[in-house]
Design a protein. Structure first.
Length: 258
C-alpha cells in the first residue's frame, strides 16, 4: 500500500469518526488526560505541539498549564471538532492542518511535543517521532501515548488483524519494547513510562469505528474466542451477552538532550 492510499484511509475513517471518537468516554477520560499532562511536566512558559491532535482533547488539557498549545492533524473534520471544543474557552490554542511526516515548523519551535493514539496508524512511526524531536527544543519533553500489542508475536498479529478489520486505517500496534526502542533510535534517552487501560465494551468500540460490511461479526467472534484462549493478548471478559475489553496503554516521556 502506498503512503497516499493509506492517507486516504485515514482521511476517510477519521472524517467519519470525528464526532463519535471525540465524544467517546474512553477518549475523553479526564484521569487519562491528567496523566499525560503530568508526564510532560508543563510550565507556564512552555509551548506545546500535539501531533495528530484529532479532536483537540490533549491540546485543551494542556492549555491551562502552558503559554501556548497547538494541534496539527491531517483531517479537516477532526480540526473542526477541535475548534468547537476550544471556542470561547481557551485563547492560547491554535490549530493547523498538515502532514505529520513533514511538520511545518522550524527546528526547536516547541518545548513539549506530544501525540496520542496515533502511532498505530502510521506506516513509519519512527519517521514521525524524528520529526517530533526536530521541532522540540533541547531540554524539551517528548510524550508518546499509545496502546500496545502483546510481546507474543502470534497474539500481536491477531490483535493487529482485529484492529485492521475494525479500522482499515490501522497500520500496526507495536509491542511495548518496540515503542520504547523508537526513542533510542530517535536519539532520545530511555523514556519514563506510566500505564493505564483503555476500557470499554465492544458495541461501543464498534460504534465509533467503521469496519467494512460483515467484518463487525468477525471482530465480535475474535473477542469472544479470546476470552477462552487469550489469542488477542489483551484482557477481554464476558458478562452475560456483553463483551468488555481493556487495551493496555503506555505514556512514554523523555527529555530531548540539550
Amino acid at each position: 500500500m502506498t503512503d497516499a492510499t493509506h492517507q486516504d484511509l485515514i482521511l476517510d475513517q477519521f472524517t467519519r469518526q470525528a464526532t463519535v471518537f471525540s465524544t467517546a468516554t474512553a477518549i475523553t477520560d479526564e484521569d487519562a488526560l491528567r496523566m499525560i499532562v503530568e508526564a510532560a511536566r508543563p510550565g507556564p512558559d512552555d509551548r506545546l505541539l500535539d501531533v495528530a491532535c484529532g479532536p483537540g482533547l490533549v491540546v485543551c488539557a494542556f492549555a491551562p498549564h502552558v503559554q501556548a498549545a497547538t494541534g496539527i492533524d491531517v483531517t479537516p473534520a477532526m480540526l473542526k471538532r477541535a475548534r468547537k471544543l476550544a471556542e470561547k474557552l481557551l485563547a492560547n490554542v491554535a490549530w493547523r492542518q498538515g502532514d505529520v511526516y513533514a511538520l511545518p515548523y522550524e527546528d526547536a519551535s516547541f518545548t513539549i511535543v506530544t501525540t496520542r493514539f496515533s502511532f498505530h496508524h502510521f506506516l513509519d512511526p519512527a519517521a514521525v517521532l524524528q520529526e517530533m524531536v526536530r521541532v522540540c527544543a533541547p531540554g524539551g519533553r517528548i510524550v508518546v501515548v499509545d496502546d500496545y500489542a502483546s510481546a507474543d508475536p502470534a497474539k500481536a498479529a491477531a490483535f493487529n488483524r482485529l484492529e485492521k478489520l475494525r479500522d482499515p486505517s490501522h497500520s500496526r500496534c507495536l509491542p511495548l519494547n518496540e515503542l520504547r526502542d523508537l526513542f533510542g533510535r530517535a536519539g532520545l534517552p530511555e523514556p519514563d513510562a506510566t500505564f493505564y487501560e483503555l476500557r470499554g465494551d465492544v458495541p461501543s468500540l464498534l460504534a465509533r469505528s467503521f469496519p467494512n460490511p460483515s467484518d463487525d461479526l468477525e471482530i465480535i467472534e475474535m473477542f469472544k474466542s479470546s476470552v477462552a484462549d487469550d489469542r488477542l493478548g489483551v484482557p477481554v471478559r464476558l458478562d452475560g451477552d456483553q463483551i468488555y475489553y481493556a487495551y493496555p496503554v503506555a505514556i512514554l516521556a523523555a527529555a530531548r538532550r540539550a
